[in-house]
Design a protein around this ligand. Sequence first.
Ligand SMILES: *Cc1c(COP(=O)(O)O)cnc(C)c1O
Length: 361
Amino acid sequence: MATDGHKRLVIPGPVEVRREILEAQTEWMIGHRTPEFADLFARLQAKLKQVFLTQYRVIVSGSSGTGLWEGASRNCIRDDRRVLHLVGGAFSERWAEISKANGKQVDVIEVEWGRAHTPEMVADALQKQRYDAVCAVHNETSTGVTNPIQDIGAVVSQYDETLFLIDSVSGLLGVELRPDDWHVDVVLTSSQKAFALPPGLSFCSVSDRVLERAKQIPYRGYYFDFLELDELLKKNNTPATPPVSLMFAADKQLDDVLAEGLSNRWARHLQMRDMTINWAQMRNFGLYAQEGYRSPTVTTVANTRNMDVSGMAKFMAQRGWGMDQGYGKIKGKTFRIAHMGDMQPAELEEVLSGIDEFLGQ
Ligand SMILES: *Cc1c(COP(=O)(O)O)cnc(C)c1O
């Protein structure tokens, strides 16, 4: 594989994918109605349940995470009931839009970008209105905020009819998340962020409560129908043709994740978060995310020094790094340093000293 001109990605998705993982995709193709595929799918399922920390099932979808947003909304929210979306950044905003686009009746609790949602806010809303589901983003990639899912889950669990649905696209595998213990019914994630795989695959854990709910919803669509996906999953198969090459890569990546160990992986991310926060503070940059809720996988640096962010990105590109320049409405006023996926502290050290060189010129 040529490495000429390759920039190692420090953006919060897609993230850098290790060469061994890329190479795992070059296995010979197999038909997906064969025993070989059933073996692959069964292996994946066993490992996915281990890393999702769930006794239930993990659906594997040949789509990006956006598809599973649609799936979660369609399978969990009845048409004559309401859903509560916790909104505080670009991704949580978009999921709420997707629920609306699917005809669902949406209420939102909106916090300022950079702030977290609190269990009290959710308790307040649930006292006033019945909801079929509460939807939250675990790790808001646009702002670098990690929401207190465990505490919010404790509130939601007091309402039998309310499902708790979590987007952990940039969290799962990098940030502690225990769906079964924390009363989370759906955790969805994409391959290309904290999972450190190429894009094109997504995963979601689905509790039995969700399947019971789905049975009460006549029009769940087809591609993301959780009941159909679960039926086929029991036979180690998928309703439509799956992205087999990506699954070979996932099979290898999950072995490596389990060999590292989930708690070691969480600790590595926390260490890199603290390195990045210290670096930013020592250089008189601000931190965009509220203290106490700063993400282990991505730090949003407030550009209080008025650094030329695009100049920094060009400088870093010449040194072989692909840098972020901020997201959406906070582009330039902030920039994000992703310490996500398989990045190691030593690499982050190189990234930070590269930015130092730029600042010192
Ligand atoms: C990137 C991202 C998404 C969108 O996922 P796709 O895989 O691009 O569809 C959703 N939520 C969060 C938090 C993200 O970071």
